[in-house]
Each structure stands twice: as C-alpha cells, then as structure tokens.
Ligand binder design. Structure first.
Ligand code: MN
Length: 344
C-alpha cells in the first residue's frame, strides 16, 4: 500500500494517543456512514488499546445505520447534553472526524471548540480550518474511513483492528464510494477492502443495509418526488427536485427518508447535475450531485453559501422554495462551460 501520510504526523498522533486515557471522537451534524464509520472505527481501535473512547454525534444519526457496531452507545448531543458536556470536560484528547470547519458540528461546535484538551482533525473535505493541534487533511481520499484505515496501518496497529472496527470502517468506504463506484482515486482502496475482508467483515450485508435498505415511507416519498416534483431543465442537463412542507407532512416524512433521492435523476444519461431542494422548518436545504466534472460544489458555494466535493455538495437558502429554485435556474447558464462536450 502506498504510504501517503507524513511520518512525523503519525508519530505525533501515536504520542497523543499514548498520553491519553480518555478520548472523545466526534463528527459532523446529520452524520452519514463515513462520519459514523470513521469516528466509531477509530473508537473501536482505541478501545482495543485499552483506552476509554467515546463517540459524540451532534444529532440523531439515521436509523438505517443502526446495524453499525457501537451505534446504540453513541452519545447524541441534542439528547444527552449534560452527559456530552461531562465526556468533553474529562477528555484528554478529542479526535474530530469527517468535517473541515467547526461550524459543521452545528450546536455541538462551542462545546468542542471551547474544550482545552489536545485536538486532532482527520478529514477528506477540501479547504479545512486548522483548528486542531494536528490535522490529517487528504481531499484526494475516497472517504475519511479510508484515511482512518491508512492511519491505523501506518501506526502499525492493523493487528489490533477488531471485526467491529473493520465493519465501521468498511461501512464508511462503501457509503462514500457508493460501493466502489465513485470517488475511488487510488487503486489500493481495493487492497484496503481486502484487508478489511480479512477481518471477517461481511461486505454484501453492509451494502444491503447501508445502501439498499429504506423504509416504506421513504420509498413512497421518493417515488412521488421523482414523478411529481421534478423538473428537468434539458438545455442545462439539470434535474431539480423540490419538496415542500405540505408534501413532506402528507407522506409522514421522517429524517433520512429523502436520503439518496438526489442521486436518482443521474441515472438518466442526459442529466449531468441534480439538485434537491427541501423545505425544512428553518430554511431550504439544498443537496446536489453531478456526473463528469460538473462542479456542484462551486454552484452551491456561489449561490447557497455551501460547498462540498466536486460531485457532491450542499447548501442553504433563506426564502421560499420557489425563490430558491428560480435563483438556481437563473444561474445555470453560468455553468454551461463545465458540461461535457461544451469544453470549447
Ligand atoms: Mn465523508
């Protein structure tokens, strides 16, 4: 496996871990498979080393990920505030996983940022804030879980990696790469897969539970959204799905029910970018996905104060759903130059 990490960073991390017995791991709000997999995978490894390792998540993770080992032991900030306060105040080391800016932790941000103990950031998003004492930032990696595996291997701790740790790490790799179909930038990701399988992890089970499982309400809401609430702007090869509060209520929307919806329009060959605008109570939440090199991260940054990865990004809009959609459609011509065949 290619060594992509800096020896001195690995050495410092090992010293930090050796010098701490209470360690808190944490991730971004609305945690996904990679956020949970990286923090829980690292926590399992630290437990194997005899550390008291706890994972704090900003808010309730989706039930679809409840198969992940350690899920029921998560400290959820919005539900267990005093408990989380105590864990942080007692922590000697905080390891932040899968986010680049403190604000990605939402209500949990002040607690983590005001903590005075040593902090480490492990992440694969572009342009991180250097708020931690030690930062592992590798945007070229498929997932933070890939990075966590490489860090563990570089520390010589692969033998300590338990079945549970391996299952968490593989879950994040599978969700961020949609089962090795996107964001696979290094061939040795397959070597990492092999070494995780050697720990006895059942890959097909993870793919089924993490990617191909949803509730009946989710199935219905997504089918309705595609059939009734999608506009295809053919000229700009763009699909826009909008869901308002009324529709969400009608389908008894629960958190996580629209997970993956934004990817669906990209199954159509002519569609290069897909935007999903959902009317949440506080604002319009935008998720975007694309094919080829169409930079939805740039679109979200320019229009919706957001960002993300080239092909997967998001943002927020304060105003009505209609205004949000109109703003997007009006701006689409500015991005035609990124469409395939239009590259001059
Ligand atoms: Mn990720």
């Amino acid at each position: 496996m290619k060594q992509m990490l800096i020896d001195a960073d690995i050495k410092r991390l090992m010293q930090m871990i050796e010098g701490s017995s209470r360690i808190v791991l944490t991730c971004h709000v609305r945690p996904d498979g990679d956020a949970l997999g990286s923090s829980m995978g690292m926590a399992w490894l630290l437990k194997s080393l005899g550390k008291d390792a706890r994972v704090i998540v900003p808010d309730q993770p989706p039930k679809t990920l409840s198969f992940m080992p350690g899920f029921k032991d998560l400290a959820i900030f919005t539900r267990h505030d005093p408990y989380c306060q105590r864990l942080v105040s007692e922590a000697e080391l905080i390891i932040c996983c899968d986010f680049n800016k403190p604000s990605r932790q939402d209500q949990l941000e002040p607690l983590i940022q005001n903590a005075t103990c040593t902090k480490v950031l492990i992440d694969h998003h572009e342009d991180p804030d250097y708020f931690a004492d030690l930062t592992f930032s590798y945007p070229e990696m498929s997932s933070t879980c890939e990075l966590v595996f490489r860090i563990i291997a570089a520390m010589g701790l692969y033998p300590e990696l338990s079945h549970d740790a391996a299952e968490c790490i593989l879950t994040g790799i599978i969700t961020d790469t949609r089962n090795f179909t996107v964001n696979v930038n290094e061939l040795d990701l397959y070597e990492i897969l092999m070494r995780l399988l050697e720990k006895g992890v059942d890959k097909n089970r993870i793919v089924k539970l993490a990617l191909n499982t949803c509730s009946l309400s989710s199935l219905k809401i997504q089918a309705y959204a595609i059939s009734e609430c999608m506009e295809v702007v053919e000229k700009h090869r763009c699909a826009i799905i909008t869901l308002n509060q009324e529709t969400l209520k009608h389908f008894h929307y629960e958190k996580g029910d629209t997970e993956g919806l934004v990817n669906e329009p990209l199954k159509v060959r002519s569609i290069i970018s897909s935007f999903f605008l959902r009317e949440d109570p506080e604002f319009i939440r935008i998720s975007a996905r694309s094919e080829e090199d169409f930079p939805v991260s740039k679109v979200c940054e320019d229009l919706f104060g957001g960002g993300g990865h080239l092909q997967a990004a998001g943002g927020e809009f304060y105003g009505t759903l209609e205004e949000c959609k109109a703003k997007l459609i009006a701006a689409l011509p500015n991005y035609d130059k990124y469409l395939p065949d239009n590259n001059g």
